[in-house]
Write a protein that binds this ligand. Structure first.
Ligand code: ZN
Length: 372
């Protein structure tokens, strides 16, 4: 028996060696040009011949900067087709109202967006005097089995730290909604945001345009909710949620204060994808023509002179000096140098710094909160 097993093992070994040799031979047989091209870096295929990164925003000259802002904003309003995004009536269905022990009222609902999709959202407010400033929260990326909406409402230990609930405790009326392709709008329906983004491109649309349109509908629900001071509207988000909060505020004149974390800090043209990054790029970040339209810092510059706090955790790495000086200069040229700051949270990571965001909004909306 042992004798036989030995022969079987030898036969298997010979077979394995044979397969290996055949595979190697096949590889060697792959056609190659006798003289290879000298491709010194992966980015070789990305010719700069068609590239025209836009000129640097004139942040030093207030008149020129004002014109630059108007020009870029109107181009973005057109690309995002904002007029269409906000022209239809919206409706929502309340699915559940909870009166929590801590005095918070939590209304769970779904609002109808531009294409008839029902977007899950949670409106929260504290009992008490009115009117109140309101904050729209936009979620960042979540893993396939996670909900950004849930993280913003009850996800204390998540990187979004239940920010919508804590801001509501602090006296704001808050609304958080689910991003398409995530959470309630993701895995449960066997899809995810990369598919939403891909399919949007097939239609000549793009992911950001779709979710920014959702944000307009969400803001309308928030602004029409009882006791909200529509002259005191803020947006907030971390990571991709911060990126979306900035984009939304850049387009919407209704927003007076913006808090973002885990986003920003770099300047210059948007770099090409080269294949050397850790991951394939997400199509969710792309605005068509992005690279020709603006530099990395430009969409943040569109927020001047409004109240803005940008943050990042110390562990996320340094902020470029150029980013600091150009953003600060934009606010100075807009006549409101104190309305902007970009802070690094000591020991912090890629996360929503909730206490700091509350202090920021309290400061930005002081005239209203002081009446409480
Ligand atoms: Zn993405």
């Amino acid at each position: 028996m042992r004798f036989r097993l030995k022969y079987v093992m030898i036969a298997i070994a010979i077979f394995a060696i044979g397969v290996a040799v055949l595979t190697l031979n096949r590889r060697e047989a792959a056609p190659r040009l006798a003289v290879p091209f000298d491709i010194s870096e992966v980015g070789f295929i990305h010719s700069d011949a068609r590239s025209s990164a836009p000129p640097i925003a004139p942040v030093e000259d207030s008149t020129a900067f004002d014109m630059w802002q108007r020009n870029l904003r109107s181009r973005l309003v057109s690309i995002f087709d904002v007029e269409n995004a906000i022209s239809t009536e919206s409706s929502f269905e309340v699915t559940n109202v909870q009166h929590l022990d801590d005095g918070l009222t939590r209304t769970m609902m779904a609002f109808e967006s531009f294409d008839g999709s029902m977007i899950p959202a949670v409106l929260q407010r504290r009992e008490g005097s009115l009117p109140r400033a309101a904050i729209l929260l936009i979620s960042g990326h979540t893993k396939p089995d996670e909900s950004g909406l849930a993280q913003l409402v009850v996800g204390e230990s998540s990187y979004q730290h239940a920010a919508a609930t804590k801001l509501a405790h602090a006296g704001y009326v808050t609304l958080a909604f689910e991003l398409r392709g995530f959470g309630e709008l993701g895995k449960l329906q066997n899809t995810d945001h990369r598919l939403v983004a891909y399919n949007a491109l097939l239609e000549g649309e793009f992911y950001k345009k779709i979710v920014i349109a959702d944000a307009y509908y969400a803001l309308r629900v928030l602004m029409r909710s009882e006791g909200v001071d529509t002259n005191r509207i803020g947006v907030a988000g971390v990571s991709f949620g911060g990126e979306l909060a900035v984009a939304f505020a850049a387009l919407s004149e209704n927003v007076q204060a913006v808090y973002f974390a885990g986003y920003g800090g770099r300047t210059g043209a948007f770099g090409y994808a080269t294949g050397t990054a850790d991951d394939q790029p997400h199509y969710c970040h792309i605005i068509p023509g992005h690279r020709r339209l603006m530099r990395r810092e430009d969409i943040i510059l569109l927020l001047a002179p409004r109240s803005v706090l940008g943050m990042r955790g110390e562990r996320e790495g340094p902020v470029s000096d150029e980013f600091r000086s150009r953003t600060q200069q934009a606010w100075s040229s807009s006549g409101a140098p104190d309305n902007y700051s970009f802070e690094v949270a000591k020991g912090g990571g890629h996360e929503f710094f909730v206490s700091r965001s509350i202090a920021f909004f309290d400061d930005a909306f002081k005239p209203v909160l002081s009446t409480h």
